[in-house]
Design a binder for this molecule. Structure first.
Ligand code: SF4
Length: 191
């Protein structure tokens, strides 16, 4: 049995986004070593192969909008298991690029099927077909939604992606038990 530490239990989650927000997180470069002295990364697509979201997470950065059944299930689960949920990037904060589907689709079954047709057949370079094995493509939700429409969010960190400087400015105070000052253009500008 390992001894308890004072480190924050830290997670990052990738919902319907392009992973650009996670790439910006990796742009923190050498500061990631400093971060690692203060946190245990208990769940993240860039740090481990853990499949199940753990219990008792202190801070979670959530990239991406909520677009399908898998996104929704994970969002609900992480909210139950996390003290501070951060809406990470414009897709999580507003829906952004994934939510363009809402302009084109009525959300009914036929138009959701048309979205899949467009993605997997009409725009395919080769091997055009719908994925047909059960469970391969999670069911699309009627509408793509920003994270706060699905679960309560504690902090908004906009940007497409948020710059590494902005990510650090948001996280660093949390390591000292303080809240970041999320104001001004440097912290709140979209895009
Ligand atoms: S906010 Fe921008 S960079 Fe982040 S997941 Fe969405 S499209 Fe990608």
């Amino acid at each position: 049995m390992t001894a308890p530490t004072n480190k924050l239990r830290f997670a990052t989650v990738w919902l319907a986004g392009c992973s650009g927000c996670h790439m910006s997180f990796l742009d923190l470069d050498e500061w990631l070593f400093e971060l690692a002295e203060h946190v245990d990364v208990v769940f993240s697509p860039v740090a481990s192969d853990i499949k199940a979201y753990p219990e008792q997470v202190d801070v979670c950065l959530v990239e991406g909008a909520v677009a399908n059944a898998d996104n929704l299930e994970l969002a609900l689960q992480l909210r139950q298991r996390t003290r501070m949920v951060i809406s990470f990037g414009d897709c999580a904060v507003t829906g952004n690029v994934p939510a363009l589907r809402n302009l084109w689709s009525d959300g009914d079954q036929a138009s959701r099927q048309a979205v899949l047709e467009r993605a997997y057949v009409e725009l395919a370079d080769s091997g055009a077909q719908h994925p047909h094995a059960p469970g391969i493509v999670p069911e699309l939700l009627e509408r793509v939604r920003p994270l706060h429409e699905v679960i309560p969010v504690d902090l908004y960190l906009p940007g497409c992606p948020p710059s590494a400087e902005r990510i650090r400015a948001a996280i660093e105070p949390l390591l000292k038990g303080e809240l970041p000052a999320m104001d001004g253009r440097a912290m709140l500008k979209f895009g």
